[in-house]
Design a protein around this ligand. Structure first.
Ligand SMILES: Cc1cc2nc3c(=O)[nH]c(=O)nc-3n(C[C@H](O)[C@H](O)[C@H](O)COP(=O)(O)O)c2cc1C
Length: 263
C-alpha cells in the first residue's frame, strides 16, 4: 500500500476529511446519548409549568409533586370525550409534533384557523388539578398559536366551571424580550385572573384589547393589550380564541352538561 504524503494536496484533503468524519461521529454520538436527558428535562420543564398554573408549589422532586396533584388525560378533539389512553401522557405528549403528521392530525378550516397553525393533533391533553381530598380544583388546557416572531405555547388554568380563568403561563415562545416577551410578565398574567371566557349564553367573549372595558359589562372578559407589543398580544388573543372557542368546543359542551368523574 503506497504511503500517504501528508504534505501533498491529496494528503491534506484526506486528513481534513478523516478529521471531519471523526468529529461528526463524536457530535452525533453526543446528541444520541444526551437525548434521554433532553427529553427528561423537557418533561420536567412542562411539569413545572403545569404546577405553576395549578397553583401547586413543587417539592424537591418535581415529578412526585406532579403525580400527586395532577391527573393528565387525553381529549379526542373530534368528539370532545376523554379517551382511555394511559393517564401518564403528562408533559411528554408532543401534540405539536403529532399535529404535523397526517395520521394523527386534523386539518383546521382556514376561516377558523385564528391561531395560524393549519393542523392540530387529534388528541390533546387536559390536566386535572386535585386537592388533598381528591376534588378537582382547576382544569388546565394547553394552547398555542402564531404570535409575531414565533409560535407561543401556553397553559390556561380554568376553574372547574370551565369559564373563569385562574392562571396563565407560556412555556415556549420566541418574542422579543421587553416587547412581546412581556407575555411572561407576572403583572400582565395577573390581569387574566378571574376573567371569563364565555358570557351567560355560552358565547365566547374573552378579549385582549388596547382599550379594554374596565367599568361596563366587558370588564369581566377583557384584558389590557401589551403596549409596544400589540402584534404579539393579538397573536395570543387569536390563539386563545381558536382553542377555547373552536378546538375545545366539543369538550366544553360535553363537560358543561355532564359531571364525569375523573380518576
Ligand atoms: C426589533 C423589534 C422587535 C420587535 N418585537 C416585537 C414583539 O416581539 N412583539 C410585538 O408585538 N411587537 C414587536 N415589535 C414592534 C412591532 O413592530 C409593532 O410596532 C408593535 O407590535 C405595535 O404595538 P403598539 O401598537 O402597542 O406600539 C418589535 C419592533 C422591533 C423594531
Amino acid at each position: 500500500m503506497p504511503k500517504l504524503n501528508k504534505d501533498s494536496v491529496f494528503g491534506t484533503f484526506v486528513i481534513i476529511i478523516a478529521f471531519c468524519l471523526v468529529c461528526s461521529v463524536l457530535v452525533s454520538s453526543a446528541v444520541v446519548m444526551l437525548d434521554p436527558f433532553k427529553a427528561a428535562a423537557i418533561t420536567t420543564d412542562r411539569q413545572l409549568s403545569i404546577l405553576k398554573v395549578a397553583g401547586v408549589t413543587p417539592g424537591k422532586n418535581v415529578s412526585d409533586t406532579y403525580n400527586k396533584y395532577i391527573t393528565a388525560r387525553l381529549i379526542d378533539m373530534k368528539t370532545g370525550m376523554l379517551t382511555d389512553d394511559a393517564s401518564d401522557v403528562a408533559g411528554a405528549y408532543n401534540f405539536a409534533s403529532l399535529a404535523k403528521q397526517p395520521d394523527t392530525s386534523i386539518a383546521i378550516p382556514a376561516d377558523k384557523d385564528y391561531a395560524g397553525i393549519r393542523t392540530m393533533a387529534q388528541k390533546m391533553p387536559v390536566f386535572y388539578v386535585k386537592d388533598d381530598a381528591g376534588n378537582t380544583t382547576r382544569i388546565i388546557l394547553p394552547f398555542y398559536g402564531q404570535a409575531l416572531w414565533s409560535t407561543a405555547y401556553g397553559y390556561l388554568a380554568l376553574d372547574p366551571d370551565l369559564n373563569h380563568i385562574v392562571a396563565i403561563t407560556f412555556y415556549s415562545h420566541g418574542e422579543t424580550p421587553g416587547l412581546g416577551g412581556e407575555i411572561d410578565n407576572p403583572r400582565w398574567q395577573a390581569l387574566w385572573v378571574g376573567k371569563r371566557l364565555f358570557n351567560d349564553n355560552g358565547e365566547y367573549r374573552f378579549l385582549i384589547a388596547k382599550t379594554p372595558d374596565k367599568v361596563g359589562e366587558g370588564k369581566d372578559y377583557e384584558v389590557d393589550s401589551l403596549s409596544g407589543a400589540t402584534l404579539t398580544a393579538r397573536g395570543v388573543d387569536n390563539a386563545v380564541r381558536f382553542w377555547m372557542d373552536y378546538a375545545y368546543k366539543a369538550f366544553f359542551d360535553n363537560n358543561r352538561t355532564t359531571t364525569e368523574e375523573i380518576n
